[in-house]
Design a protein around this ligand. Structure first.
Ligand code: R1P
Ligand code: URA
Length: 264
């Protein structure tokens, strides 16, 4: 066991990701989709890629952008699982984390298949409190956010920037009534309208943990999400739009990763 905080070349497999430092071949940037099924779709957008490991919700590939190694690793759903992926990837040398996901828009002018680059997240989650007190802001790294925006624009995508609400639950925490019980706790009743009035752009489930954990450790993090549904018109996303939404977000993060590794 290395001394606390001193992770070097001798690290054996990290506990959940089933990866070693040697597997990453010196990579310092990771792309983090939530869905393990999205990992090969992202990795194959690079020049070459190889499957590294699959354990629980964590599937990882090593890809190359003009020779530079880039890790693609799924995080599963929610703050607790993303926090494990980030910690274990950081133990192996990753210092820049780009989350790519899907989201539900709150502002009426945001359309399905647009992309959202988050500048800061409302900490509705529990896991971020394990890294810093609630007064600490969940903010994206400026270079990561700017690069994601430039990447989206270079692809002629409609990109929105601003604040995201990160909820621990998909249903009550995002004020969805279309459930078995149909019940949303009083704390969350009216919350979607309030976040909308406060100019929050969207709901998702990992950003607040990712940003707080990374900022508190001095690591860089950015996040782009494809809009699956606009909550002003619909509660549950329509599966028929999923592929185009995912493709827009994936294209953005791949282009941003290329730019970040080529400039480092
Ligand atoms: O598409 P992903 O990355 O999973 O992101 C969003 O989708 C999941 C919920 O359906 C949550 O993880 C949410 O953050
Ligand atoms: O509405 C949505 C869509 C995707 N992911 C979420 O967390 N919420």
């Amino acid at each position: 066991m290395p001394p606390c905080g001193q992770y070097g070349d001798d690290v054996s497999d990290v506990f959940h990701l089933d990866l070693t430092r040697a597997d990453l071949d010196g990579a310092t940037l990771a792309i983090l989709p939530g869905d393990p099924g999205r990992v090969p779709k992202i990795a194959e957008r690079f020049d070459e890629h190889v499957h590294l490991a699959s354990n629980r919700e964590y599937t990882s590939h090593l890809a190359r952008a003009d020779g530079a190694p880039v890790v693609v690793c799924s995080t599963g759903i929610g703050g607790p699982s993303v926090s494990i992926a980030v910690e274990e990837l950081a133990q192996l040398g990753i210092r820049t984390f780009l989350r790519v996901g899907t989201t539900g828009a709150l502002q009426p002018d945001i359309a399905v298949a647009d992309v959202i680059v988050t500048t800061g997240a409302v900490r509705l989650d529990g896991a971020s409190r394990h890294f810093a007190p609630l007064e600490y802001p969940a903010v994206a790294d400026l270079t990561c956010a700017t690069t994601l925006v430039e990447a989206a624009r270079s692809l002629d995508l409609t990109v929105h920037t601003g604040v995201t609400a990160s909820s621990d639950t998909f249903y009550p925490g995002q004020e969805r009534y279309d459930t078995v019980s149909g019940y949303v706790r009083r704390e969350f009743q009216g919350s979607a309208e309030e976040w909308t009035r406060l100019h929050v752009l969207n709901y998702e489930m990992e950003g607040a943990t990712l940003f707080t954990q990374c900022a508190a450790n001095g690591w860089r993090a950015g996040m782009v999400a494809g809009v699956l549904v606009n909550r002003n018109t619909q509660e549950i996303p329509d599966p028929s739009v999923h592929d185009v939404v995912e493709a827009n977000a994936v294209s953005t993060v791949v282009e941003a990763a290329r730019r970040l590794v080529s400039s480092s």
